[in-house]
Ligand binder design. Structure first.
Ligand SMILES: Nc1ncnc2c1ncn2[C@@H]1O[C@H](COP(=O)(O)OP(=O)(O)O)[C@@H](O)[C@H]1O
Ligand SMILES: [Mg+2]
Length: 321
């Protein structure tokens, strides 16, 4: 039996974002990123703060206009869409933000928050909206009584549940979760992660799950893509990446994390110095000057992200040799 190619819900090709920062200089927040998320899977995007994870999420949805490249959502190119078509697209893909406090309007009750997408995307009449709102509360572990509350009357965990209910209201098949538990108390993080896992199975959702927390990523993701300074340096199945990281940056990132918990036997690898500036970077590997494996060729061009088999990609010819 041959298995059909997976249905791709999100595809980005050479996605680029450069912010002008004065005197003709450009901050390259995204440098030609290729990415695919298949239906029903969780792709985690990991990387240190400032590596471009949020920019990637926002550019994929055109919440921020990309400087270049293409994005397809459920097979449709996003770039040509006008405002109306773009608004309709947000039925299929929704974002959950890091800070539910900042992403919920303090003047809106939970009912208003949850009814809004039902009205906008599905043109549901009021009675049907209310039934759906109650179902959504139930799905995210809240009750109908919470519909009358304002965000400030809820705990951080409850607010994020409302953020998730709002995102799910119009039945998208892809959620982009940008550090969804980073602003929450450690004690409620696990509950929200479990909720997300359960909803994914029940609803067949795909997640682009953004996090800098390797523990969380290992728990949540089917596949992992590692970002460094605006580019993906390595990707592959979660277990493979954690147990046999190939890119020196990934190896350093995992070395810095508590090793015992990942149970991988590998040599520790440290990078020298600090992350360089993303402003006007040279056409070279971004690890030049920091990498113990560095060779002359690393400084002469930026290594492309290549398929290295077993569902893995890698932007380091030296690590492979
Ligand atoms: N509006 C902006 N103007 C200029 N630079 C920005 C802007 N937004 C983000 N950046 C820069 O882009 C880079 C990537 O940022 P971001 O996507 O927020 O990273 P992450 O989410 O991985 O922490 C950082 O260097 C950041 O300072
Ligand atoms: Mg971010």
């Amino acid at each position: 039996m041959t298995s059909a190619a997976p249905y791709i819900v999100l595809r980005a090709e050479k996605l680029t974002k450069a912010y002008p920062v004065g005197r003709g200089r450009r901050l390259l927040a995204l440098d030609g990123v290729d990415l695919e998320v298949a239906a029903g899977e969780t792709l985690a995007l990991v990387g240190e703060s400032g590596s471009g994870k949020s920019t990637l999420a926002r550019c994929a949805l055109r919440l921020v206009e990309p400087s270049g490249g293409e994005v397809w959502i459920n097979g449709r190119p996003v770039r040509p869409l006008g405002a109306m078509a773009l608004a309709a697209l947000y039925r299929e893909v929704q974002m959950v933000f890091q800070d539910p406090n900042a992403s919920l309007n303090p003047r809106m009750t939970v009912r208003q928050v949850v009814h809004e997408p039902l009205r906008l995307h599905l043109s549901m009449p009021a009675e049907k909206r209310e039934r759906r709102a109650q179902t959504l509360m139930d799905m995210v572990g809240l009750t109908a009584a919470h519909l009358d509350r304002y965000p400030h009357e809820l705990s951080g965990g409850q607010r994020q549940r409302v953020g998730i209910a709002r995102a799910l209201a119009a039945e998208p098949n892809l959620l982009i979760l940008d550090e969804p538990t980073a602003s929450l108390d450690v004690s409620v993080r696990g509950q929200i992660l479990e909720l997300l896992r359960r909803l994914q199975v029940e609803l067949g959702l795909a997640y682009l799950f953004i996090s800098h927390d390797l523990q969380v990523v290992r728990h949540m993701a089917d596949r992992v893509a590692v970002m460094y300074l605006g580019g993906i340096v390595e990707s592959g199945p979660t277990r493979e990446i954690f147990e046999r990281p190939l890119h020196p940056y990934t190896r350093a990132l995992l070395s810095a994390a508590p090793v015992a918990r990942f149970g991988a036997k590998r040599q520790r690898l440290r990078l020298a110095g600090e992350i360089p500036s993303p402003i006007d970077p040279p056409d070279a590997c971004r690890l030049v000057g920091r990498c113990p494996l560095q060779q002359e060729s690393c400084a002469s061009r930026r290594p492309p992200l290549l398929n290295v088999g077993a569902g893995r990609t890698l932007a380091c010819p030296v690590a492979l040799a």
